[in-house]
Write a protein that binds this ligand. Structure first.
Ligand SMILES: [Zn+2]
Length: 513
């Protein structure tokens, strides 16, 4: 029976690499291959985790390996340390330890072979995994304490310095601080514009006009101006964990999201301030006074095309502009103020869209007048699966060719020859797969269209006219994936209802031919 190798970087490895040590996984791979050669173990596969997640679910290679161990595919798994297999939490560790024990698979490290059919080894595995977890938690807590202490001393510990500053090492000391750079004048201008009564949007537009560019992108957004105006780093403070990562558990899956943290740490920084504290407070007062309270009625959707129509010139999502002193009917416009796309009456675009759907429906009815054979899709799918299986086989062959080269079984010449013939076959198979998959999607598209789509679109068209904007939006989203809008010329006086725009509609379903 064959053995597998599992490679993964730990946090310590990442730190060592940052200090200039060489590539860890390459060293580990060589060490384990060497061990295998010395002990006469034949290696069947090498799993190299590229993602450095701690939990098993965040590590695709580990998941695959565990499945194979479960099936009894490997006599043993070689790894540098037992904690490379599982580290984060006890459920993961029990999973690893049980899977290896029940399948009778050995865990082999250069310092010890763990055979869990021996009772002493079973305890040993659990104990070592337990120690690894304790150590991991202790390290996490130590790192956290170190960070908090560093913030309270006024160091900057983030990875990207805020706009207006560079990140520099503290002179004759540990840690990092901030040094004003050429952007710092812009920060001062932003604050004085705000204090003089300009809103974030107006400030963004003014900076663009002045030819000042932000760090990323070509124009300023009002959100980035607001971020600058709300960040106390500019009056000499260090703020940490302003947006805190929170984990929640749904259906057994951990998701993380970031939200504003009211108890974030704010400490006196070591870096020079760009503005004084009074100015910072004035800016906060001004921002708070301009916050518009949410109106209750605004929660109801008033744009039936919301999220469906995109600007054909710049790709932005087109938005609705309500009636006001200057426009007398709802308008659909591109929100990008640097874009030249001309806006149009919302209802004109809406009826063009609905007409487009009706035309598409008609075409479908004509094209699908013959009933496609129901089992074509199934046959095509089987064919595609077969090609896919062959490709997988080829991939594992390739792994082994690499290994044989590393173990010195193949000479460089033999290796190249085998790889070439394998790659040729692979190219052919990939092309076969592409054709097979296309055949599947065509066959399925026809069948689905016939069975569901036409009646459901007909139903939508029937009830559309008497629906509310919100319902209309929901209905449209069941049949349209997106539409692109372009209009080059403004309407002249008295011709406001001319539909001189083009609208490219992409239905949600494949078209038939
Ligand atoms: Zn645009």
């Amino acid at each position: 029976m064959l053995y597998a190798i599992y490679l993964r970087k730990s946090r310590a490895d990442l730190e060592a690499e940052a200090m200039g040590q060489g590539e860890t996984l390459a060293r580990h791979r060589a060490a384990l291959l060497d061990y295998a050669a010395h002990h006469g173990l034949e290696i069947g596969a090498v799993y190299e985790e590229i993602i450095s997640g701690e939990s098993i679910d965040a590590r695709p290679k580990m998941k695959q390996l565990l499945r194979e161990v479960e099936q009894g595919r490997w006599a043993g798994v070689l790894c540098m340390d037992i904690d490379r297999l599982a580290r984060g939490n006890s459920a993961d560790q029990a999973r690893v330890s049980n899977t290896f024990r029940i399948s009778g698979t050995l865990i082999i490290t250069p310092s010890k072979v763990y055979d869990q059919s021996r009772e002493s080894d079973e305890e040993y595995v659990d104990f070592e995994l337990f120690m690894a977890r304790r150590e991991y938690k202790a390290i996490s807590r130590r790192i956290m304490r170190g960070r908090i202490a560093s913030v309270k001393e006024g160091h900057f510990i983030g990875s990207t310095p805020p706009y207006g500053y560079d990140k520099v090492k503290v002179e004759k000391g540990r840690g990092f601080t901030l040094l004003p750079n050429s952007e710092s004048d812009t920060v001062k201008q932003i604050y004085s514009m705000c204090i003089s009564g300009m809103g974030c949007n107006a400030i963004a537009r003014r900076l663009d006009m002045m030819g000042v560019t932000p760090r990323k992108g070509s124009s300023w957004s009002s959100a980035s101006i607001q971020d600058i105006l709300k960040n106390p780093v500019y009056c000499g403070k260090i703020r940490w964990q302003y947006r805190k990562e929170e984990k929640s558990l749904t259906d057994g899956i951990v998701t993380t999201h970031r939200r504003e943290n009211p108890d974030c740490i704010i400490a006196q920084g070591l870096h020079p301030a760009l503005i004084c504290e009074e100015e910072f407070d004035q800016a906060q007062q001004f921002l708070n006074s301009r916050r518009i309270p949410h109106k209750k009625e605004s929660t109801e959707l008033r744009n039936p095309l919301s999220g469906l129509v995109y600007c054909g010139m710049c790709g932005s999502m087109m938005t609705r502009l309500g009636t006001g002193s200057r426009n007398h009917s709802d308008t659909l416009r591109c929100p990008n103020r640097n874009c030249g796309n001309v806006s149009a009456k919302l209802e004109l675009v809406e009826s063009a869209l609905v007409e487009g759907v009706a035309r598409w429906l008609n075409d479908c009815r004509v094209n699908v007048s013959r009933k496609p054979a129901a089992d074509t899709a199934k046959a095509e799918r089987t064919a595609a699966d077969k090609v896919r299986a062959e490709l997988a086989k080829l991939d594992s062959q390739r792994e082994r060719i690499y290994l044989f080269l590393e173990q010195g079984v193949y000479s460089a010449g033999e290796f190249r020859e085998r790889m070439e013939s394998l790659e040729k076959r692979r190219t052919q198979l990939s092309e076969n797969l592409r054709q097979a998959e296309q055949a599947v999607s065509e066959a399925e598209g026809n069948r689905q269209l016939y069975a569901q789509i036409i009646p459901s679109v007909e139903r939508v068209m029937d009830i559309y006219a008497q629906s509310t904007p919100e319902e209309k939006n929901r209905l449209l989203k069941t049949i349209i994936s997106r539409a692109e809008y372009i209009k080059m010329e403004r309407n002249t006086r008295g011709n406001a209802d001319r539909c001189n725009f083009t609208l490219n509609v992409t239905p949600l379903f494949p078209e038939t031919d």
